[in-house]
Design a protein around this ligand. Structure first.
Ligand SMILES: [Zn+2]
Length: 211
């Protein structure tokens, strides 16, 4: 599931979204478009993935587990954004809000990091968080191997978190990998503007490749 990286914006817009929690003083919101992708993920698990893996599961089991697994996936996306946010806060950069929407999650950071090192640490924190989640779910799925109700969703969650980590490491702005690239060019050239242009160009190139 793709998720655009952080955006630098002002206060979060209230239109079409609902704040569901506050973590570390950060408002956590759900955009109305998220409901669609939540239902799509739950439905594809309940009607496609689970019946393939466990033909013996009844409809109630598949749909309840599909909804719970979809929720756990979006909790994982939120934890990825919290990974960025935690490091940003440690660098004194405010987080205006985290929103879950159709493409995943987005943390709105209050301003650009002041140094390439800070940029790198904030950017890499998200993929590292997703990798850690993949390892945890992979461990749960392996340990719970005999209990399919646990292991089948856990192994799916391990794979999707791995995919989130790897996708976000692609070196194109605004993905996390584009920010890592920007930090590298910034450190190398000493010019934020140059790094910004390089990251933007890499993003356009990556978009072309992906299309
Ligand atoms: Zn990220």
């Amino acid at each position: 599931m793709p998720h655009p990286a952080r955006q630098v914006t002002g206060a979060p817009r209230a239109a079409g979204r609902l704040t569901i929690a506050w973590i570390w003083g950060i408002p956590i919101s759900v955009h109305v478009s998220w409901l669609l992708v939540f239902a799509l993920v739950a439905g594809s698990l309940a009607a496609g993935y689970f019946p393939e893996r466990q033909p013996g599961w009844g409809a109630a089991t598949r749909w309840v587990l599909g909804a719970l697994t979809s929720l756990a996936f979006f909790a994982s996306v939120l934890v990825h954004e919290l990974g960025h946010s935690r490091v940003a806060l440690r660098h004194g950069i405010p987080i205006r809000g985290i929103t879950l929407f159709v493409f995943g999650g987005v943390a709105q950071i209050g301003r650009e990091p002041g140094s390439p090192g800070a940029e790198f640490r904030i950017a890499i924190a998200g993929p590292l968080t997703s990798l850690a989640l993949a390892a945890i779910f992979g461990g749960v799925g392996t340990v719970g191997g005999s209990m399919a109700l646990v292991s089948v969703p856990a192994l799916w969650l391990a794979r999707i978190n791995l995919a989130v980590a790897l996708f976000n490491l692609l070196p194109g702005f605004p993905l996390d990998g584009g920010r890592v690239l920007r930090a590298a060019v910034w450190a190398w050239t000493g010019s934020f503007d140059r790094a910004n242009r390089a990251a933007a160009a890499s993003g356009e190139l990556l978009a072309l490749v992906l299309i």
